[in-house]
Design a protein around this ligand. Structure first.
Ligand code: SIN
Ligand code: FE2
Length: 219
């Protein structure tokens, strides 16, 4: 039997299982979540991730919360691990607010195990990729955006497939479920100064934060 291929949704042109709630978090909810993220950053400072083999730095910096964190470095490549790669300490717990968003929007019984925190400065972007380091390939990825608007792009299961773009503003929530879970996606750019949410005295130069919730192991 042929494997299911991501299908284009008839109306929107986005892959099936792709859901965006452009304003899922109001200003109060964004501020509350930001406070949680600042506490995570205190406990687990952002580090500079690097591409496997080449050691080329990614343009974002990263940290995680939850029992597992997604990390990448020159020697070890892409992986999940329970400790911060620099401090060796366990990641801080996943804030209750994120668990609640996962259960409300993710439609998946088991809790997320990792929340990857991507910090975008002016000029940062994220090349087209598929999230595929998780054993629980049936679980959705739920992501939340805070701060400056990003130009997000999603295509199909093949890198050459046509893509669609949309802007993600502060408070937007995206679900990559179903076929969309296995589609290429990335961030082409951010729009520096489009949001005043992120406190520059605490987050120098960081213009956008994306939180990506993942279930890693099979339940
Ligand atoms: C990602 O795919 O890892 C990040 C997406 C985003 O920053 O919106
Ligand atoms: Fe991703």
């Amino acid at each position: 039997m042929a494997l299911a291929q991501p299908r284009e949704d008839q109306t929107g042109g986005f892959p099936s299982g792709f859901k965006v709630l452009p304003a899922a978090l109001d200003e109060g909810a964004q501020a509350a979540l930001l406070a949680d993220v600042l506490a995570v950053l205190e406990a687990a400072p952002a580090y500079q991730p690097r591409m496997p083999k080449s050691g080329h730095p990614l343009s974002v910096t990263m940290t995680n919360c939850g029992p597992l964190g997604w990390v990448t470095d020159q020697a070890g490549g892409y992986r999940y691990q329970a400790q911060h790669p620099e401090s060796g300490r366990p990641w801080p717990p996943m804030p209750a607010r994120l668990l609640e968003l996962w259960h409300r929007h993710g439609g998946y019984a088991d809790p997320p195990e990792a929340c990857l925190v991507n910090l975008y400065r002016a000029g940062a972007k994220m090349g087209l990729h598929i999230d595929q380091d998780e054993e629980a390939a049936d679980a959705p990825v739920v992501s939340v955006s805070l701060g400056d608007t990003a130009l997000f792009r999603i295509g199909g299961a093949q890198r050459r497939d046509p893509t669609r773009s949309l802007k993600l503003h502060s408070g937007a929530l995206v679900v990559l479920g179903g076929a969309a879970r296995h589609c290429y996606h990335g961030v082409d750019r951010i729009y520096p100064g489009s949001s005043a949410l992120l406190p520059q005295d605490r987050l120098t130069g960081v213009r956008r934060i994306n939180l990506t919730l993942r279930r890693v192991s099979r339940g």
